[in-house]
Design a protein around this ligand. Structure first.
Ligand code: FES
Length: 102
């Protein structure tokens, strides 16, 4: 499925992310700026914060919710992109990367 990343510098990148990989993986593998992912996806750093429409991904886990409190600029649509696993239904999803990921 194609995931569209809107980066803090205003650039927009469409990336084909294989099912089973995370939105964070798709960004890091393509060297996009903004998703730092310091912890490599183990839900312990909050530097993979993105804004995304809810509904296409699994619900926020307690672990993710707690960690999101450490992210800056949190909004209702905030998620940690390493916890967003891409599935068939995710094609066309758009994620916005804040410029506060460190
Ligand atoms: Fe560290 Fe997502 S990569 S919490």
């Amino acid at each position: 499925p194609t995931v569209t990343y809107e980066l803090p510098d205003g650039s927009v990148h469409e990336v084909d992310v294989p099912c089973g990989q995370s939105v964070m993986d798709g960004s890091v593998r393509n060297n996009l700026a903004g998703i730092v992912a310091e912890c490599g996806g183990s839900c312990s750093c909050a530097t993979c914060h993105v804004y995304v429409d809810a509904g296409l991904f699994d619900e926020v886990s307690d672990e993710e919710r707690e960690l999101l409190e450490f992210a800056e600029g949190v909004r209702p649509e905030s998620r940690l992109s390493c916890q967003l696993i891409v599935g068939e239904g995710c094609g066309g999803v758009r994620v916005r990367v804040p410029d506060t990921n460190g």
